[in-house]
Design a protein around this ligand. Structure first.
Ligand code: UD1
Length: 372
């Protein structure tokens, strides 16, 4: 009987990490994958569009948990995943191993459900640490790694962190970055000019910003200060801003809409766009002059694309993007942000290099270890 690997996705950044893994595992006849979507993200623009863009097969099971407080969302996923694992076993189709990616609530909750049922857990993107426990993702990383018995790591700092936490070398595998597998496979297929035209933008040069972390968007003063600098810099370099639903809600709540423009009619400014699918977003980032973000994945993608990345966080769990890549930590310091943007515009910004093993073959390495 083939072994069954339960593969869990829930939120936007999970899809591009799981897609290459599913593809790599499909090559093994003695493995079957069971794709489980928790439903943490449910808006078509945060979920469905990625399945199309990534040519990823539809989930076998959709748990439909939706949004909620951290406790409630985690509890709902835990309960639903546990139920499905128990039922699968009762029906004679037990899940032999769970594979989780990244650091969202779905990652942690699904790991916990599996571990309590003695189903081993493999964590892809293990070992990353921001050392900032005010970030919900840091708690998710620590708990998931503590539970997993196979730790697939994307950069050397992850190996160091796990060793410091006492994890044995046999469990740790530095394999590279699965999200970069997706980027490398889709980069040749994107058409930046077509995307810009479709979005009604005709800028020769522009920046891209994304913002969704509670620490940046949940306080009116912080969000207002960041948007003010971006709107101002946008007068010299238009800034395209695909807005996450969480951020959209805050902008409305805090009455900050006037800082945004809603069209790209040749004029600059900070230009609001709906959340974009993977291909459209890559079309923009790959041709941007600068990327400004609080996202984890985008720090890594910018480094591979060789585009300056001003990271709107005081710390990063992905230090290789700063030490070797194109990233700089800016926190939410509006003065530093303005200065660094000027450096980029004046051609004074540093250059980076691509970290080792971010070569598009991480999923193959992981599949080989999982099936050994
Ligand atoms: C989650 C992840 C974060 C990741 C981000 C990418 C956690 C703790 N956070 O943050 O690590 O970087 O996804 O997007 O898992 N909402 C919608 N539509 C949806 C989903 C959410 O409108 O499809 C709104 C809801 O108001 C919801 C809020 O966004 O309450 C937050 O959603 P949630 O999934 O809790 O966290 P994100 O901020 O998306």
């Amino acid at each position: 009987m083939p072994r069954v690997f339960g593969c869990v996705v829930g939120a936007r950044p999970n899809f591009m990490k799981m897609a290459p893994l599913l593809r790599a595992l499909e090559k093994y006849d003695d493995v079957r994958t069971l794709l489980i979507h928790t439903g943490q993200h449910y808006d078509p623009q945060l979920s469905d569009v990625f399945f199309e863009d990534l040519e990823m097969r539809r989930p076998d099971i959709h748990l439909g948990v939706g949004s909620g407080t951290h406790g409630r969302q985690t509890a709902l996923i835990l309960e639903a995943v546990e139920k499905l694992l128990i039922e699968a076993k009762a029906e004679g189709r037990p899940v032999d191993r769970m594979i989780v990616v990244g650091d969202v609530n779905s990652t942690m909750a699904a790991s916990l459900a599996a571990a309590k049922l003695l189903i081993p857990v493999a964590h892809v993107e293990a070992g990353l640490r921001s050392f900032d426990r005010t970030m919900p993702e840091e708690i998710n990383r620590i708990v998931t790694d503590a539970i997993a018995d196979l730790l697939f790591v994307s950069e050397p700092s992850g190996v160091e962190n796990l060793r410091r936490e006492g994890r044995p070398l046999e469990q740790i595998h530095l394999v590279g970055n699965v999200m970069i597998d997706t980027l490398r496979s889709l980069l040749p297929k994107i058409r930046p000019r077509e995307t810009l035209e479709r979005l009604g933008m005709d800028f020769a040069e522009f920046g891209v910003v994304t913002l969704h972390r509670p620490s940046n968007v949940d306080q009116p003063e912080t969000l207002a200060a960041l948007l003010e600098v971006l709107a101002d810099v946008g007068n010299s370099l238009p800034i395209l801003f695909p807005v996450h639903p969480r951020t959209q809600a805050r902008i409305r709540e805090f009455g900050l809409e006037s800082l945004l423009r809603w069209d790209g009619n040749g004029k600059g400014g900070l230009i609001s766009l709906p959340p974009l699918g993977y291909r459209d977003f890559l079309a923009l980032t790959s041709s941007a002059k600068v990327i400004i973000t609080d996202s984890g994945g985008l720090q890594e993608e910018s480094t591979v694309l060789g585009i300056p990345c001003l990271t709107l966080r005081p710390n990063t769990e992905r230090p290789v993007t700063v030490e070797e890549g194109t990233g700089t930590l800016v926190g939410n310091d509006a003065v530093a942000l303005r200065r660094l943007l000027e450096d980029v515009l004046n051609g004074r910004y540093k250059r980076g290099r691509c970290p080792e093993l971010w070569d598009g073959r991480a999923a193959e390495r992981i599949a080989a270890i999982l099936t050994a």
